[in-house]
Design a protein around this ligand. Sequence first.
Ligand code: ADP
Length: 635
Amino acid sequence: MNGMRDLDSLLHTHFGHAAFRPAQAPVVDAALAGADLLAVMPTGAGKSLCFQLPAVVLPGVSLVVSPLISLMKDQVDELVRRGIGAAALHSMQTAEERRDTIAAVRAGAVKLLYVAPERLASSHFISILRDLPVSRFVVDEAHCVSEWGHDFRPDYRRLAPAADACRRSDGQPGRPPVLAFTATATPEVRDDIVRLLGLQAPQVFVSGFDRPNIELHVRPVSGDREKRDLLPQLVGRRRALVYASTRKSSEDAAETLIAAGLAAAAYHAGLSDAERTRVQEAFADGSLTVVCATNAFGMGIDRPDLEVVVHKDIPGSLEAYYQEVGRVGRDGRQAVATLLWNYADVKTREFLIERRSEEDADTVEPLDPEELQHRTELERKKLRRMVSYADASGCLRNTILRYFGDPAAGADCQTCGNCQRRTTLHPDQLLHVRKILSGIARGGERWGRRKIAAMLTGQLDDLPPALTALSTTGLLREHDPRIVEKWIDALEGAGAVASSPDMYRTVRLTTLGREVMAGRVETLDLLVPSVTVKRAKSGRKAPKAARDRGDVVAEAEPDGGLVDALKHWRRAEASRRNMPPYVILHDKTIAALAAVRPRSAEALLDVPGLGPAKVAQYGDAILQVLGQSAAHAGD
Ligand code: ADP
């Protein structure tokens, strides 16, 4: 009790703060108690105080390893300004300056000695350490020890032996306690920190990853076309970052936005220094409102007033994703983060992982193959975690907070896309869902969602024989198979269906799914794919309102077989009339016909590219081709 009040007054007298922040107090307590610890606190949370205050209170000097000379200088200046003995040792100093500093430490005038990690490579410095009374061995930016982190520094691997070389200021045997701090650490990086810094029975603190002013969304999309359609709406007139997985994809995004009249530019490692500077400056002065960066290269782009971040392609890890998301809304304003989610993008990511591992195996100093394999596996694992976020059924915010081990994870946030869109099914929807679940069950629970959807909607062409004659084959004949797939996704989200973890992603029913199918469970909450199927005019955009609501928009796409049949007819007609095929019908018109499947001369007139003259000339023939094809499909 008393001790606590003492600490408060020390906090006030030395640092001028009225109280500890909630995340600080337990870390300071553990540091003072002499534990090894790892504290994961986001930037700005007040990490420094957690080792500075103990350093002031404890006898001896605290060593603080810090990777950036500029940060070191800032902290030393600030401490000295507050009347606290602090100094730094780094390569930018003369030998004399360093000698003076060490003399001051020996004389007991320094409570915090900041050192660059490369200092600890010097055996001379290590021998000096052996004589210093060290209270705590502090490692700032501790993730630098891990190759899985984004900022690996080989010198950090020398820290554990350096700490072992230190003499404790309290006269006890053994090395001084080691305190590790970082702003970012996935579970893997955390394990590395503990292992590679040699932390003993460490207390681990994780705090404050929540960014309540950022609204999280995952938007399933069917492909690049839908991404291009969505991008300008998601960005709007707001200041935004768009992240992409490749240079080409970032350029594609910029082109799309420019075409929509927005001031956008691509930003990636393929630009010249001059171009890059130009983009940075234009973004800083506001003449550019959107930057489309590759995940690997978004770092130089920074403004506190960003309102939107869109990930056009899935990033490689949830850690990278959340870090990029964290760049918006830093001034506290409401911000929106949207991940455009298409399973096909995972393939691109897998390819990038593969390629990197091949490159690394093929360098002058190749990594140890075992190490390389270990790393490749870890990257795959990270990617799978990212995918499970994209596929998450529950609250997106909680999914992230749980991943970072943040104790703030708890009740659903009610603001993320998943929380907003979850609804209780009404009876018609429940019936629809039961049909889908039955289809999965009848199929023997060993097919992917595409086959199941094709079977249910009676698209027999690509079906394996086992699925062509089930009692559920064609049960949802009226429905679009792609939307049925979305329902299967939604059912997975609601926990009624589960996918196999392999690449085939076959779907099976969970216990909940069986209960719902059997009618024993009558209520189901899920993200209804509120679908607008556009079947009237091909090529026209779905209603804006539907898109604004965040609905899944599926436009009718041309049926490939029908396109072929129509082209076959066109070729025959063209050679008969001795005319080029496109004069008879444009490819676009053929695509529209194959999507819309008109059944009368009147309906043909609705198809772009078909006027009364063409309908009079070819209408019957076209309808015949369409009719034959429909008969084939058993429609
Ligand atoms: P980090 O290293 O976690 O990014 P800092 O240690 O630089 O963050 O602290 C961020 C800011 O918060 C600093 O300006 C610091 O003075 C301030 N700060 C730290 N602890 C407190 C506190 N208990 N009360 C008020 N301000 C604090």
